[in-house]
Write a new protein. Structure first.
Length: 611
């Protein structure tokens, strides 16, 4: 029996690709998904899994099989010292993945598993128990896995592996650009698996494909249309739909089932859903799949359709009618998710990038843009709708893509009236960005850098910056750290409801007391800071006869649900807008009972019985 840890085959895998492309009429490329037979080799590269609602989903990633190899694999678990088969699945030859599904999974126990192919090929890992008994859930976050040697991409990832194991992360979050090879995704994806497989195999992993993963420099998916412009700024996908399907199958088929599985154009699927782990309810979003492309809709005001280089432009002029960000299907999902607190103490949104223009300078120190429509600051109406939906759940936002690590407190109608976001730095930073407003931010924390504080981004969105890991203006020496490369850690305390953000450079030991994070980190906020507008007041304190009830605030005149949240403990003082009346509902696990009618800011304390 051999446990597969393929090293000798690295060069072979980088030469083999499932997506050699050839030209079609009109310049559009099509994917040739055939892979030539290869000599005897290792079989299983790595495996990703999640467990949600007592269902285990695991996807094994294989190397190319020869024509005579069996096209079926098995999933086995160790039980009483013996390996027992729990699932068998056919190999999907387009991309060489094997999806497994096991219903009625007992998530109260840690179990060893192995993926088996034939009689000699095995890949072992651990399915962790659901950490509902832990007070703190640790989520390690990564983005931008460039492999360009000139920018540190060829440096070992072992420091990341070691640090994940040292903090014993409960969840891994790869927010996008796991792969940068636009024509050979499969080969580069195998390298990603070899680099990170040792930590992925033993813990739940959320992996979100972004623009480079699907073979293009930027992505405005526009519900699956075909892009016809270089750079894809007209919206849609540059690569064929089968290419995109293969990429998403490899990176997301192990996620919990999509909440709305209807496909978009070109037969491309969707994967937006939620994952409940350790009593943290993660919303998994696709913030590029439905987004509108700017070319042809927004007047060109720079060298590219998506880059605005005009200091006199009117930000309102680009918030054009019909421009979409998350799309109605995802917004409906967030609305429902925000109200459902089953087995959840805290809510976190995971997506490719943050909801603002998170950088002013792109590429080099003189590359100032006035606005970048590849960011989720545009379209502004779509951005505000997304934030308005997420704050109803007091959701914290964890993302990447920008290459630049930042912490923002977002505003819609006023500064700091919505959620917080943490954008993690790139693993290896190929393309540099800086957060550097022309004017110093207002209302900064004492002693904070001038780039922090209240500002308008390039689309006149209200943002308050608390930290930015700006790279050096002329990177030198250690290319990774002068380029502000690194990774993030978020600690979610389900007892105190504190959220601690950490941002670490590469090649440090996070357990070493002398190791320093990037300036501005760590930073701790409360879950309840994600919807606490400065203009609000408070209703009377409510005392409940049960611990940690779910409370919902409803506008009594319109019936609109302002928010739903699980309380920490037996006391809660709801925040609310001034000058309005509200219905307050509460319950042990859902807001079923009206506990206050016509409540207003400044009201009297209330004792609530829910039994």
């Amino acid at each position: 029996m051999k446990l597969l840890k393929p090293l000798a085959l690295c060069c072979l895998a980088l030469l083999v690709t499932a997506e050699s492309v050839s030209a079609q009429p009109g310049g559009r490329r099509r994917a040739d998904l055939s892979i030539p037979d290869v000599a005897k080799k290792d079989v299983i590269c790595f495996a990703l899994y999640t467990v949600h609602d007592k269902t285990l989903k695991l996807t094994a990633q294989l190397y190319p099989l020869s024509g005579s190899d069996a096209k079926v694999a098995r999933l086995e678990i160790e039980k009483d010292g013996q390996w027992t088969e729990v699932a068998k699945s056919d190999v999907i030859e387009a991309g060489w993945t094997v999806p497994f599904r096991v219903e009625n999974w007992d998530d109260s126990k840690t179990v060893k598993y192995r993926v088996a192919h034939g009689t000699e090929a095995f890949y072992e890992g651990t399915i962790r128990k659901n950490p509902i008994d832990k007070d703190e859930i640790v989520v390690a976050g990564f983005t931008g896995n460039s492999i360009q040697p000139a920018h540190g991409g060829d440096i070992s990832r072992q420091d990341l592996i070691d640090n994940v194991n040292k903090v014993d992360a409960d969840v891994l979050f790869f927010s996008g650009d796991q792969v940068y090879d636009h024509n050979r995704h499969y080969a580069a994806w195998l390298k990603f698996g070899r680099d990170f497989g040792d930590i992925i195999k033993d813990r739940p992993t959320v992996c979100l494909p972004d623009d480079h993963d699907v073979g293009q420099p930027n992505l405005w998916g526009e519900s699956g249309k075909i892009s016809t412009l270089s750079g894809a700024a007209d919206g849609g996908y540059s690569q064929p739909g089968v290419y995109v399907q293969e990429v998403e199958r490899a990176q997301t088929s192990h996620l919990p089932d999509p909440v709305d599985p209807h496909k978009i154009g070109q037969g491309i699927g969707v994967y937006f859903t939620n994952l409940n782990w350790g009593n943290i309810d993660f919303a998994i979003l696709e913030d590029r799949k439905f987004k509108t492309g700017p070319a042809g809709r927004v007047p060109k005001q720079g060298p590219r359709p998506d880059h605005i280089r005009n200091p006199d432009y009117d930000p309102a002029s680009v918030d054009v009618d019909g421009a979409v960000l998350l799309g109605e299907r995802q917004l409906d999902f967030i609305e429902d998710w925000a109200k459902d607190w089953s087995d959840a103490d805290m809510k976190v949104a995971l997506s490719q990038t943050i909801f603002c223009g998170g950088a002013h300078i792109h590429g080099a120190a003189n590359g100032r843009l006035h606005a970048d429509m590849d960011s989720n600051g545009w379209p502004q109406t779509g951005r505000n709708r997304a934030l308005a939906a997420l704050r109803k759940a007091f959701a914290f936002h964890y993302a990447g893509d920008q290459h630049l690590a930042t912490i923002f407190h977002h505003g819609i109608d006023e500064y700091r009236d919505s959620i917080w976001s943490f954008c993690v730095p790139s693993i290896a930073n190929l393309y540099l960005r800086w957060w550097e407003p022309v004017e110093p931010g207002e209302n900064r924390e004492p002693g904070a850098p001038e780039y922090t504080g209240d500002s308008l981004d390039g689309f006149a969105n209200k943002v308050t910056n608390y930290a930015a890991a700006n790279p050096e203006k002329k990177p030198a020496g250690n290319l990774l750290n002068t380029r502000a490369a690194g990774f993030g850690i978020v600690r979610l305390n389900t007892k105190t409801r504190d959220i601690t953000m950490e941002c670490w450079p590469r090649n440090v030991d996070v357990t070493d007391p002398s190791a320093k994070q990037y300036p501005g980190w760590p930073l701790t906020i409360s879950q309840f800071d994600n919807y606490n507008p400065p203009s609000w007041g408070q209703l009377g304190e409510m005392t409940f006869d049960v611990e940690d009830p779910v409370v919902q605030l409803v506008d009594s005149s319109t019936g609109e649900v302002l928010y739903t949240v699980r309380v920490a403990g037996s006391k809660f003082t709801p925040g609310a807008p001034k000058g309005k009346a509200f219905v307050v509902k509460a319950g042990k696990d859902a807001p079923e009972t009206v506990v206050a009618k016509a409540a207003k800011v400044g009201g009297e304390p209330v004792e609530v019985k829910l039994h």
